[in-house]
Design a protein around this ligand. Structure first.
Ligand code: DGL
Length: 279
């Protein structure tokens, strides 16, 4: 083989390797919630390329049947797969609890998922009850109930299915007045309890973390730590990429591309949320 041909082959090899490693990572959620997970990933791995798919047209997932959530998750996965992603992050606790096994069966690429951060909360906080806020679907799913069982959570964990909260967040109505009024209605039965920690068991809630925390602090007279599974998910994503030789090794910043099933939502809307979120 001529020197030139050899050099070219080597070049092509590098190109192919780079292409493989710098294929995008696909994220999906029922709407804007997963942008909180995406931003956390971007902060940890800014050189990766990302694709985000928000299924806003069908949000909220948390008040749908298991069969409906499975069908929508499959559609979202198929969309990301068609974009040539090297891994899929289910940036949604609700879709994880119904669909993660099915998606892992279907795709040969890594599928990373979410889990309400009950374990870290139980380990870190010994005093008071752990309040888990999640969608009605998540808290009633077998996957979540067996997590509580495995952790022997018993009376220490109180789970509340927060129907309606995702809608407030999707509509951007997350000022203190709205969120506090919502939680006041929803958590009325827990007055007088000792709350030691809050777990945000839905990726949307990260956008209202400040307002949720201020409500809990005010109502339960605490300085309540807040736990969110997105940090664990993103660490898991990084280690899975490394284990599989899938990390993008280039030094420059990657790109983030947004898609929504709702054509009336502009990618600019997602980008603003992404830029404004602290990760
Ligand atoms: N963001 C999703 C979650 O983490 C679900 C929100 C919804 O559509 O109900 O559970």
């Amino acid at each position: 083989m001529s020197h030139h041909r050899q050099a070219l082959k080597q070049y092509e090899g590098i190109q192919a390797g780079e292409k493989m490693n710098c294929k995008p990572i696909g994220f999906f959620d029922s709407g804007v919630g997963g942008i909180s997970v995406l931003k956390t990933a971007y902060k940890l791995m800014p050189n990766e390329n990302y694709i985000y798919y928000g299924d806003n047209l069908n949000a909220p997932y948390g008040e749908k049947s298991e069969e409906q959530i499975k069908a929508l998750s499959l559609e979202a996965g198929a969309f990301l797969f068609s974009k040539g992603v090297k891994a899929i992050v289910i940036a949604c606790n609700t879709a994880t609890s119904t669909s993660v096994y099915m998606m892992r069966d279907k795709y040969s690429i890594p599928v990373i998922s979410m889990e309400p951060a009950v374990k870290p909360a139980l380990c870190a906080v010994k005093d008071g009850r752990i309040l888990v806020l999640a969608t009605p679907a998540t808290v009633s799913q077998e996957r979540y109930l067996s997590l509580l069982n495995k952790l022997k959570a018993g009376e220490r964990v109180v789970s509340v299915g927060c129907g309606g909260l995702v809608e407030l967040i999707e509509q951007g109505r997350i000022d203190e007045t709205n969120v506090h009024a919502y939680l006041d209605r929803k958590l009325g039965h827990l007055r007088g309890e000792r709350i030691g920690a809050v777990v945000l068991g839905c990726t949307h809630y990260a956008f209202a973390e400040k307002e949720i925390k201020s409500f809990i602090d005010k109502t339960y007279h605490t300085d309540c730590p807040v736990f969110d599974g997105r940090h664990g998910t993103v660490r898991q994503l990084k280690s899975v990429l490394l284990q599989n030789g899938l990390e993008c090794t280039r030094n420059s910043r990657g790109s983030v591309t947004f898609y929504s099933s709702d054509k009336s939502i502009s990618s600019q809307h997602f980008k603003q949320l992404f830029d404004g979120f602290n990760g």
